[in-house]
Design a protein around this ligand. Structure first.
Ligand SMILES: [Zn+2]
Length: 267
């Protein structure tokens, strides 16, 4: 068995064929962790969970309700709802479902930010505050964290280095130096189809095999040789590419990443 540790089959893009797809994945030996990005999409993950289809619940930084994000026309909010704050108790309630194995996706995203120093600072502070709350919940429950980070590695490092958090840097796009920094914190690295779009060979070569997790981030980041809407069945292309870069047989990549998934998420 292999695992797509970061799928969004909870999203509306899969409304038409979600059940078929989940069955197909399981039949091909692909387990799933569906990842929530706000309260409703987290709840949806729980609804579609079953054996080998797990859940992560959290509030994505792009789903935080701010004037700036609302002003951005090109930033389409997946599953709609923006949230003013991370409602700790409401989310904690969701973790009563046995399918919940992680908190996230949560983190920091500074790729698009408002103009003006004061506004920029406020924007970052708000993201950090909401991220910290989710780290609190993860710590309280002893759960790993699925972290989203874009253009914010310094702030992420300074937050995480003050805590004892286990987790994964999902959709890792950092440099070799960032690999070293986050390895020192004991994090895992989620590798997906973005490796076909950016040059990440050197970074991947520097991630030890026992720290790599497979993911798709579907419906996004489809490998160029796969259909436009990504789904977990594209995982084999990512495995082939890691195998090529690392010079390690495909079978071995599958076995080690499966073991890593079990270690981190306790599944
Ligand atoms: Zn995602």
């Amino acid at each position: 068995m292999i695992f797509d540790t970061h799928a969004h089959l909870n999203f509306f893009e899969f409304d038409e064929d979600r059940e078929d797809l989940i069955k197909k994945c399981l039949a091909q030996g692909i387990g799933l962790i569906n990842v929530g990005t706000n309260f409703n999409s987290s709840k949806k993950c729980i609804e579609i969970a079953r054996e080998n289809v797990f859940t992560s619940i959290g509030l994505h930084p792009s789903n935080i309700d701010s004037e700036f994000l609302k002003s951005m026309e090109d930033l389409k909010q997946t599953e709609g709802a923006l949230e003013k704050d991370f409602d700790y108790d409401k989310y904690k309630e969701l973790t009563r479902s046995k399918s919940v194995v992680a908190i996230g996706e949560c983190g920091l995203d500074y790729l698009h930010k408002p103009k003006g120093t004061a506004k920029k600072e406020l924007f970052k502070e708000e993201q950090k505050r909401i991220f910290e709350k989710q780290l609190d919940l993860a710590e309280e429950l002893g759960l790993p964290v699925i972290i989203h980070c874009r253009s914010a590695f310094d702030d992420l490092y300074s937050i995480l280095s003050k805590r004892k958090i286990k987790g994964v840097l999902h959709c890792f796009t950092g440099t070799k130096e960032e690999v070293e920094r986050f390895l020192s914190l004991g994090l895992y690295f989620g590798i997906n189809g973005i490796i076909f779009k950016i040059d990440s060979e050197e970074a991947i070569r520097n991630i030890p095999l026992d720290r790599i997790l497979l993911e798709t981030d579907c419906p996004y980041l489809s490998p160029p040789m796969f259909e436009e809407r990504n789904n977990p069945l594209s995982l084999k292309y990512v495995i082939e590419e890691i195998s090529r870069i690392k010079g390690v047989p495909i079978k071995e990549i599958e076995e080690i990443t499966y073991k890593n998934t079990k270690n981190l998420f306790g599944i």
